[in-house]
Design a protein around this ligand. Structure first.
Ligand code: C5P
Length: 239
């Protein structure tokens, strides 16, 4: 059972301690923010989609050799996860140029990349999560070279599994963000969430955006896009 108030409250989730030291409970909210908290809103039903989609993907990834924090879905919005010491980096994997990479480098959104690109961002709200290199991470002690090599290996494996899976339901996985943590015995484990908040999903036929860019860019149809992605992910993880 979850105890007291949240141990941590983020923009989209609360994390609670439980009576088991090794287990936390995550509760997903409908609150949405973008541009480092400058844009705020609510996406009705988002917490349910993000909880259920993350859990389906985590179970699929476990079956494909990627260790994850997933333990047990409790209800529509709440899940038990393994307690981890989080690495202070966000890992972004890109298959097509979009978003901040397209803007920074002056590329057209949707430009294909000859191989997936891995980027790292230092998790520091007060600095706006700056892009960092492998050297920054290693020299500043955000992660050891061994841990970072494992993070990169797992991130690319996640990309293979999810890209191939989503392709079967006519979704292009354009890019996405992952976070990793470490167990007491030193194993790197995939954590956080994998949802329309943290991925770019494009319909393979119409190129329609089915993710949080609809909220970020005021495109409308946000709830419908989340619901449509949930439907497709349920369909493909049943196959
Ligand atoms: O904004 P940018 O193009 O760098 O985002 C790359 C990917 O990482 C997108 O799929 C976006 O949803 C995700 N992301 C995220 N959390 C952040 C920054 C980016 O989930 N803080």
């Amino acid at each position: 059972t979850a105890q007291d108030g949240p141990m941590y409250e983020g923009k989209a989730k609360r994390v609670y301690k439980t009576d088991d030291d090794g287990i936390y409970m995550v509760s997903y909210k409908d609150d949405a923010t973008a541009f480092n908290g400058q844009k705020r809103g609510t996406i009705s039903g988002k917490g349910i989609v993000n909880n259920q989609m993350s859990n389906l993907f985590f179970q699929l990834l476990e079956q494909n050799g990627v260790p994850t924090h997933f333990v047990k879905e409790l209800n529509e919005r709440e899940t038990l996860v393994r307690a981890l010491t989080m690495l202070p980096v966000e890992v972004v994997i890109r298959n097509l140029a979009a978003g901040s990479m397209a803007a920074r480098l002056g590329l057209e959104e949707g430009m294909p990349l000859s191989r997936p690109i891995v980027e790292y961002y230092y998790k520091r709200d007060d600095l706006g999560d700056p892009l960092v290199t492998v050297d920054h991470i290693e020299v500043l002690g955000m992660a050891t070279p061994e841990d970072l090599a494992q993070v990169q290996r797992l991130a690319l494996r996640v990309n293979e599994v999810l890209s191939e899976t989503l392709r079967k339901v006519d979704v292009i996985l354009v890019d996405f963000k992952l976070e990793f943590g470490k167990t007491k015995d030193g194993r790197i484990v995939l954590a956080d969430e994998i949802s329309p908040d943290t991925c770019r999903y494009w319909d393979a036929n119409t190129k329609e955006k089915l993710d949080k860019d609809r909220f970020r860019r005021d495109l409308g149809g946000v709830e419908d896009a989340y619901a449509e992605m949930m439907r497709r992910v349920k369909e493909v993880t049943r196959l």
